[in-house]
Design a protein around this ligand. Sequence first.
Ligand code: ADP
Ligand code: ADP
Length: 227
Amino acid sequence: MFVSVSGLAKSYDTGVVTPVLRGVDLQLDQGRIGVILGPSGSGKSTLMNVIGGLDRPDDGSVEVDGQRITDFNDAGLAEYRRDRVGFVFQFYNLVPNLTAGENIDVVSNISRQPLSTGEVLSAVGLSDKKHRFPRELSGGEQQRVAIARAIVKNPKLLLCDEPTGALDAEASRDVLALIQQVNADFGTTVLMITHNEAIADMAHSVFRMRSGDVVTATHNAQPIPAE
Ligand code: ADP
Ligand code: ADP
């Protein structure tokens, strides 16, 4: 099992102790696309942040590619984030005063076995926009640059938190097709949070969360292409 989450629990204490993850179990095979669906506040981002090594649980374990990352110290976790995981967020998070190519270079320069910036820009169909600044790109193009930046480190795991949440229908389709293409071409395992039920059709595995737990996990033999 490529991603194996077991008994994951986390609470926030803001005067009142509120459980956010209540013993979550989740299993995703290598090379698959998994989608996490569920209402706002059900714990999706917290779960993904723990899997991505951005946050720590109170209890339970996460294994990724045979490594129990919940046992890592801070330095080990930072290395895991840097070398193994690509992150894509709803609001692109590009550096505004760097060009598309430079935004990607920043990550490739600190990566152990990076792909080339030219290769990933070509993979996302933006070779001709390497010298554009984020403000000179559409929302969909900015998200494609963010995907290129996430994959330039050649990650084993690509984590996407509402990657189409800020995009119109057409740009959303492009971004989803691109994520499927990355999965197919680079063999990257993908875990993606979404509110959009339709996106479940393109996933190999669908995890539905409610009140801090995964309540159903279903597996599609034949995911439907986004295009
Ligand atoms: P989702 O992604 O499904 O919308 P989240 O994981 O973002 O859910 O949040 C789950 C719950 O945890 C929410 O009720 C949210 O208010 C709470 N929460 C998230 N982060 C914090 C935090 N840093 N401090 C306190 N509560 C938080
Ligand atoms: P470190 O502690 O080693 O600086 P970070 O968590 O700051 O580690 O970043 C490591 C990697 O995680 C970065 O290369 C980046 O790809 C990804 N990352 C983490 N948080 C974000 C974010 N908010 N936006 C974009 N990428 C992020």
